[in-house]
Design a binder for this molecule. Structure first.
Ligand SMILES: C[S@@+](CC[C@H](N)C(=O)[O-])C[C@H]1O[C@@H](n2cnc3c(N)ncnc32)[C@H](O)[C@@H]1O
Length: 268
């Protein structure tokens, strides 16, 4: 595991859902709206995590079948527990090689995953392998380079102001390829044909500071993983810094937003 990825804690499904899953469940239907896929298709959800995108496909896209695959046994177990639709299956596997046949799916999709995969071109080629000749490979990643995820940006800039060592984990530098031009280059290199690259944006509203802070203390994902590595005193210092800096409404709520880049590509 690389130094910057040592805090990428992907095991506790329930904790992930409280931290990031709440927003990935909100943005997934917007991504599907953009794709506008027809019904009765076979879908593969790569890096399905706790099943946010799989559930949105089931809810909005009238699929014939959805297969979700993720390397985290904990997430797959949680997805199996909470997504009970008979059309869905969840399997353990990584994006660079997953246990499905070639040409099996009409839509091979992935949500908020590619930045965590060491060999991105290999993962895109594997997604292409799983797609039928007339199929599509579609994915989205947070817009890290332009501070597109404001709640994470606020966390990391407070963390770096207290602990310069955290800068290597701060997302702007860690995932510089999450821009339309670099995403296009990766997709081209994998032999896919870009149909569109568009921004998808969702509000991230927190009812109060505790609603913002608590998920960071639960330990699923890079920022909570970093938070868990701090001593109680350092964690309290970080909490107080954030509370002071975040823009708060009169009723105590915090209104931020999160932007992702969505890519739709054809196989041929
Ligand atoms: C931010 S979560 C996104 C999960 C889910 N797609 C969602 O939208 O909520 C990132 C996911 O990537 C998965 N992941 C990390 N490395 C991976 C890899 N090499 N191949 C596939 N998935 C990976 C993690 O297990 C985690 O479920």
């Amino acid at each position: 595991m690389g130094n910057s990825s040592r805090h990428d804690a992907w095991q506790a499904g329930e904790s992930y859902d409280l931290y990031m899953g709440r927003w990935s469940r909100q943005i997934a239907p917007l991504f599907l709206d953009l794709l506008g896929a027809e019904k009765d298709l076979d879908w593969l959800d790569v890096g399905c995590g706790t099943g946010a995108l799989s559930q949105a496909i089931l809810d909005t896209s009238k699929p014939r079948r959805v297969v979700g695959v993720d390397p985290s046994e904990g997430f797959v177990a949680w997805a199996l527990e909470i997504v009970t639709d008979p059309r869905v299956t969840f399997l353990v596997g990584g994006a660079e090689a997953f246990p499905v046949e070639a040409d099996e799916f009409d839509r091979v999709v992935s949500a908020l995953v590619l930045n965590f995969v060491p060999d991105k071109v290999k993962a895109l080629k594997e997604m292409k392998r799983a797609a039928r000749p007339a199929g599509r490979v579609c994915f989205y990643v947070w817009d890290y380079p332009n501070a597109g995820v404001e709640f994470m940006r606020a966390f990391w800039s407070a963390a770096v102001s207290l602990d310069p060592g955290a800068s290597e984990l701060g997302k702007d530098g860690r995932f510089p390829f999450c821009t339309p031009s670099d995403l296009r280059a990766l997709v081209d290199e994998a032999g896919l044909v870009v149909i569109r690259i568009e921004a998808v944006e969702t509000p991230t509203h927190f009812s109060d500071f505790d609603d913002y802070w608590r998920p960071f203390t639960l330990g699923a994902g890079p920022a909570p993983g970093y938070c868990a590595s701090l001593s109680p005193e350092k964690r309290e210092e970080l909490r107080a810094t954030l509370q002071e800096r975040l823009p708060t409404q009169d009723d105590g709520s915090i209104h931020l937003s999160a932007r992702a880049w969505a890519v739709e590509a054809s196989v041929q």
